[in-house]
Design a protein. Structure first.
Length: 114
C-alpha cells in the first residue's frame, strides 16, 4: 500500500469516526505546510490543538523514512515542530491498517490519554 493510500485510509478513518466534527477540530489539512521558510509538509495537521499526525510509509520495505538522510530529515522536522509546542504523532502503515493509529488519536482527543 503506498504512502498516499495509507494517508487515504487514515483520512477515511477520521471521517468514519467524524472526529473533526465531534471534537470541533478544524483539520487544517493534509500535506499541510508549516514553518515558513522551511516549507515542511505534514501529513495531517490540526491547528486548533497543535497536533500533527505523520504516516510513515515504507518502514518495513526500506522506504525514505529508514534511510540515513530521510531519517535525519524527519528528526529535524519533528524536533522543530515539538520545540514550537506541537504534539507529533508518528504511525507506521501497520498502525493505520490495524486501527491502532486512529484508536490512539481518538483516545487523545477524548482526553483519555495525555
Amino acid at each position: 500500500m503506498s504512502k498516499s493510500a495509507l494517508e487515504d485510509l487514515f483520512e477515511s478513518q477520521l471521517d468514519m469516526y467524524n472526529l473533526c466534527a465531534k471534537q470541533k477540530l478544524p483539520k487544517c489539512g493534509r500535506e499541510f505546510v508549516l514553518f515558513s521558510p522551511r516549507k515542511w509538509r505534514f501529513d495531517f495537521v490540526f491547528c486548533a490543538s497543535k497536533v500533527i499526525v505523520e504516516i510513515e510509509g515504507g518502514t518495513f520495505s526500506g522506504g525514505r523514512h529508514t534511510s540515513g538522510k530521510g531519517f535525519q530529515g524527519d528528526c529535524d522536522k519533528y524536533n522543530y515542530a515539538t520545540a514550537r509546542g506541537w504534539k507529533v504523532f508518528r504511525f507506521t502503515g501497520q498502525d493505520v491498517k490495524n486501527g491502532s493509529a486512529i484508536t490512539l488519536i481518538l483516545d487523545y482527543f477524548r482526553g483519555e490519554i495525555r
